[in-house]
Design a protein around this ligand. Sequence first.
Ligand SMILES: Cc1cc2nc3c(=O)[nH]c(=O)nc-3n(C[C@H](O)[C@H](O)[C@H](O)COP(=O)(O)OP(=O)(O)OC[C@H]3O[C@@H](n4cnc5c(N)ncnc54)[C@H](O)[C@@H]3O)c2cc1C
Length: 310
Amino acid sequence: MTETIVIAEIAKGAVHPTTAELVTAAHALGGQPVVVVPCSDPSIADAAAGIAGVSRVIAAKSNVFEHYDAAGWASALDAVTPAGTIVAAATSQSKDLAARLAARRGISVVQDVVKIDGNNLTSPIYSGKAMQTVSLSGDAILTVRPNVFAASSGDGGSDVAVVDTTGDMATAVQEFMARATERLDVAEANIVISGGRGMGSPDNFVHLEAIADTIGAAVGASRAAVDTWDDIPHAMQVGQTGKMVNPNLYIAVGISGAIQHLAGMRSSKYIVAINKDADAPIFQHADYGIVATWEEALPVLQSAFASMMG
Ligand SMILES: Cc1cc2nc3c(=O)[nH]c(=O)nc-3n(C[C@H](O)[C@H](O)[C@H](O)COP(=O)(O)OP(=O)(O)OC[C@H]3O[C@@H](n4cnc5c(N)ncnc54)[C@H](O)[C@@H]3O)c2cc1C
């Protein structure tokens, strides 16, 4: 009998809350899912065991899970993950992993699913210009866009089985050096304020950071900003070749609204655009538009937010 399996989303060595959304998505496919937790310390799997609606948890324990590497993770997970349909998060890391696992198992992969109706899965295509619905006929791997499915509640209490695994690994990443940042990740934030080439200089991103600090937002960027300025890292990029974000509020500042940028943020609940060009395409997708330079608009926004936040 095949099962429905959730691969827990791991961030900073812990089970990310998105995992509870994956459990809801797995339920939409039918059945109580098994949750597989990639870990080097099995105690982190307790967080997955606490999610309601989980049949059991497999803590897949290996040193390979200390740092992400697609080949090593896919090999080690493949060795312990039961046969069936697998649900993972549509983050950059897990989309990469899903493709590897699908190739190893010879099954289909459907990325960035936003709706599940029985065996029918809906996901955006052509940079979000259209939606496609595909029907599953057999085991598959799907990645589910964060913040779309409601999170399953945290009052579960399933058993955790710890299984040592390494798979048939050829390489493992020993060390990972990330640029130190205290800032929220755009893919996880409820509010994102992004700057584009219209910011004129990377130094001007301090104005976005000031607003972000006031309202608890993450700071993102367009690809033009990332490509033009070394100080704006790719981790901040929103869009087709950057991160997909789905916040409650997305504020685009000095961003034209190219289709590839829209692909990463158009599903945000509310979009606010600040652009000096009234004809900028971003205004066609914005709920609220401010036709002004950022130099004029941001100080006004900043003081309004500051007084709102008390
Ligand atoms: C295969 C491919 C993948 C891509 N992937 C991505 C992606 O993931 N993410 C992404 O963002 N792009 C992506 N792009 C690039 C995309 O096509 C655009 O080039 C890019 O989004 C433009 O960025 P921008 O809006 O910041 O810059 P611009 O197009 O240069 O726009 C700048 C905007 O700022 C406004 N402006 C200027 N000065 C001010 C001011 N003082 N105050 C207010 N507004 C001002 C201008 O009116 C203009 O609208 C991709 C392109 C390709 C071909």
